[in-house]
Design a protein around this ligand. Structure first.
Ligand SMILES: C[S@@+](CC[C@H](N)C(=O)[O-])C[C@H]1O[C@@H](n2cnc3c(N)ncnc32)[C@H](O)[C@@H]1O
Length: 251
């Protein structure tokens, strides 16, 4: 029986949980960036939550920047939650079911590299803002449409389907939130480069971030994709560009 997409997403992260941290260079960079942004905000102390916390990269960076503040780590994968540093509170929960009901409203909801894995990200985003305590903040980093243009272009040239996950558009996210709640928005553009196309895409599998609603490519299609992938003129290396929307929202 074919598993539902969301179940496959969680299974793949579960399987990769032991190796995730050793491969999550980009995720670590973005988590540190988001935590540094939060360090400049007047976020009330209290109940702080990391949604789709994984192994806790963002939650750890937030706690480092705010001594004494604890961050609850929520994730659908028990394996990911088992990798937290000692003495952390965590909760296994499927975020496609909405937010858990907590005894107090969160003063901070933070999330990095997770919202795009959920069904209907704009609706989830609306739900997260509504759940905040008065004066509460939402700090978000999410890859958006426009990411991976080299991959899409190579697939079109090679006449094979593109197995990259479709990312939500910036507009769909921004339209889902009250304009007055936006205190900062920024689009990070990060390009990874490697000698071989395979080296560019393999880390996604090692991270558990390779689930796709599209069927995988066969060997012939993969070879055509690799050949069609444009190289950087100066370095001759293959490139993959991420566009990551950072949003800092106040209730
Ligand atoms: C790419 S990882 C990001 C983890 C962490 N935020 C980071 O930046 O390293 C995505 C995380 O989202 C979690 N996730 C995916 N779908 C989920 C769902 N439906 N409910 C809860 N967590 C989910 C995965 O288990 C995984 O830990």
């Amino acid at each position: 029986m074919i598993k539902g997409f969301s179940e496959q997403v969680l299974n793949n992260f579960e399987k990769a949980s032991a190796t995730y941290n050793s491969k999550a260079e980009l995720q670590q960079t973005v988590a540190l960036h988001l935590a540094r942004e939060c360090a400049h905000l007047p976020i009330p102390a209290g109940f702080w939550v990391d949604l789709g916390a994984g192994t806790g990269l963002l939650a750890d960076a937030l706690e480092d920047g705010h001594p004494g503040q604890k961050v609850l780590r929520i994730d659908g994968s028990q394996g990911m939650l088992a990798r937290q540093k000692p003495d952390c509170a965590s909760q296994q929960w499927d975020l496609n079911e909405g937010l858990p009901s907590w005894p107090q409203a969160p003063a901070l909801l933070a999330s990095s590299f997770s919202l795009h894995w959920l069904k209907d990200p704009p609706t989830r985003l609306q739900e997260w803002i509504t759940a905040l305590a008065p004066e509460g903040w939402l700090a978000l980093a999410i890859p958006v449409e426009g990411s991976f243009h080299q991959w899409h272009q190579a697939a079109a040239t090679a006449d094979v389907h593109c197995t990259a996950l479709a990312m939500p558009s910036q507009a769909s996210l921004l339209n889902a939130i009250p304009a007055q709640s936006i205190r900062k928005q920024e689009l990070l553009e990060i390009t990874q480069q490697t000698a071989k196309v395979l080296e560019l895409l393999k880390p996604m599998r090692d991270l558990g971030a390779h689930t796709s609603p599209q069927a995988g490519l066969n060997v012939g299609q993969w070879r055509r994709l690799e050949q069609a992938w444009q190289r950087c003129q100066e370095t001759g290396r293959a490139q993959l560009t991420w566009k990551i929307q950072v949003l800092l929202l106040k209730r």
